[in-house]
Write a protein that binds this ligand. Structure first.
Ligand SMILES: O=C(O)CCC(=O)C(=O)O
Ligand SMILES: [Fe+2]
Length: 289
């Protein structure tokens, strides 16, 4: 199988110049891996390297685009310090993306930045929520009409524990297997979901198909086992970047990660024909949004 992970020696969060090969690889759904790029914690921030940093009632710790911290435990001073740490990662992730992909500038929409202090292996979830199964990201309640999901991850584990992913086959290979099995899109169902406020806007056929791929992959244990895939340990003190709506991925183990999500209209890509929207439209033979 063609290499799905592209290693990159860059250590600075500011790439010296954009590289057309890296850009094409990313837009082809590959994972860019920077083993020498680390997010440095201040000594005082090491106190946040505990699952207790999270409010037990919350699913995740996140800093929203407006700068509000959600899901954190601790007093006001601790929460301010944690927001500063997550905010610093956000700045570095944005600088990295701006330097790697300068044409995206002014077209990116900032989503929340998350801090995930929980151990992956000890979480048990329903199959649909279980990110230990190979999947492409798709959001059930927030239709995105083809908007891209670009993510920057860093493993900040203090004990050298890698974050181990499985990276699966190219998007078109996935789509060719699961599109024939996808339930057909029904506009009345999309309208009902919206009327019931299950979705925040009308679910498009694109969004329906992406969820069908996501669910089709995760629910098929045989696929999980036999799909072409590589185990990928992302080292402590490393960074990786991918379009998670395109790169098939699963997280198997690890603890302490920061993640930044950015959204991009697919027509603003260097190569819009590489987007999941373009690929699914081509394979289904009619407009999907
Ligand atoms: O926790 C991780 O390493 C990745 C989980 C995942 O599938 C995602 O964030 O899309
Ligand atoms: Fe995911």
């Amino acid at each position: 199988m063609e290499q799905q992970i592209i290693e990159n020696p860059l250590s600075s969060w500011q790439a010296p110049a954009p590289n057309p090969e890296w850009i094409a690889a990313l837009e082809a759904g590959k994972v860019l891996y920077f083993p020498n790029m680390a997010f440095e914690l201040l000594p005082s921030e090491r106190a946040f390297l505990t699952p207790a940093a999270r409010d037990p009632k919350a699913r995740n710790i996140s800093l929203d685009a407006a700068g509000h911290l959600k899901g954190a435990a601790g007093d006001t001073a601790a929460q301010i310090a944690l927001a500063l740490m997550i905010g610093r990662f956000r700045e570095q992730a944005l600088a990295l993306i701006d330097s790697l992909l300068p044409d995206y500038k002014n077209n990116l929409r900032l989503a929340p930045t998350s801090y995930r202090p929980m151990q992956v292996e000890s979480r048990s979830q329903s199959w649909r929520a279980d990110d230990k199964r190979l999947h492409v990201d798709a959001f059930p309640s927030r239709p995105n009409y083809g908007e891209r999901i670009l993510r920057v991850f860093t493993n900040i584990n203090p004990d050298g524990v890698p974050r181990v992913w499985r990276v699966g086959e190219p998007f078109e290979t996935v789509a060719r297997q699961f599109l024939p099995r996808a339930k057909p899109y029904k506009r009345w169902q999309a309208k009902l979901l919206h009327a019931l406020k299950i979705t925040k806007s009308l679910r498009s056929e694109y969004d329906h198909l992406m969820l069908q791929l996501h669910d089709g992959m995760k629910s098929d244990l045989d696929y999980q086992a036999r799909a072409q895939q590589v185990p990928m340990p992302f080292a402590a003190g490393s960074v990786w970047v991918c379009f998670s709506d395109q790169a098939s991925h699963a997280v198997m183990s690890g603890q302490y990660m920061l993640e930044q999500t950015l959204h991009l209209p697919p027509e603003k890509q260097y190569n819009p024909t590489a987007s999941p929207l373009a690929i699914l439209t081509r394979l289904s033979g009619h407009p999907l949004i």
